[in-house]
Write a protein that binds this ligand. Sequence first.
Ligand code: UT7
Length: 320
Amino acid sequence: MHSRITGTGGVLPGAPVTNDDLVARGIETSDEWIAERTGIRSRHLAGPEDGTASLGAAAAQKALAAAGVKPTDIDLIVVATSTPDKVFPSTACLVQAALGVPTSAMAFDVQAVCSGFVYALAVADKFIRSGSHKRALVIGAEVFSRLLDWNDRRTCVLFGDGAGAVVLEASETPGILASALHADGSHAHILEVPGNVRNGAIAGAAFVHMDGQAVFKLAVRVLGEVAQETLAQAGLAPEALDWLIPHQANIRILQATARRLGVPPEKVVVTVDRHGNTSAASVPLALDVALRDGRIKPGQHVMLEGVGGGFTWGAVLVRF
Ligand code: UT7
């Protein structure tokens, strides 16, 4: 038994907020600095009516429609998020209720920050391959803007909100060919939100704190390594890759990863320009764009890669 991605969906809340819009809001930055250093041109920011669960459910509805699957056919929901609407219940349970997925299903969240979607996809693949589940919704959903200090230009210009989802179904033909997941908690301090809920209040800083250069170096190294590891598992060379979809954090990280793998830039799917770093949502958002615009064709090999706080990283190699 194998698992295959049979539908995808993506949602970005509200209108795009450009780099110049941020300057107009009083942030001491420029379109030139942000575009040159990160490739980001705009991002979407959730309004008061949006939440991680509502965005995740909306992306899931699009993925279900694309796959031709009803919510009542779903037996597993895995949501990757670091910005849940509530401490508990999980976002996955809120999505289940919103979509009307029956109680025969299991639902839980995965917290691996920007690697969350590849973690969630690899986990769902293992449930399906074990034979215990047949049709999963795997969702990456974030309202990362809730964690941003708008007085910290080193971080606030980088992130955005959104959600992406896939339907993953049991199949006799392999779709997910290989996956590898890693973590190294000794790097926890270079990318973190240290605050937590205590005695009815937030204890500690509840804003994103990042050592950008340390994250950059680590990200490029591990994205290259884990892609090689996943290809080796599947017995494929980098030349066999039709598309590379790394976590959309920074165009320079995407380009450096591709160079390390010997993958030409035109095979890298880039959407970071239009939504910034949406953490766990970034990979499924980029995948959805490249499937819907016809770039990814049946039979092609696509490498999905994530890296983020924890530190966590991973890759999933997919044949469409
Ligand atoms: O999911 C993983 C999430 N994180 C990432 O992927 C981030 C990885 N890191 C990066 O993408 C880059 O390190 C950044 C984009 C965050 C920063 O780029 P950098 O080339 O490493 O810049 P830097 O931190 O060395 O800062 C260079 C200068 C500094 O000024 P001085 O000290 O040279 O005078 C900063 O104060 O740029 C300044 N700067 C800004 N200027 C305008 C920092 N942020 C801004 C800003 N606008 N928004």
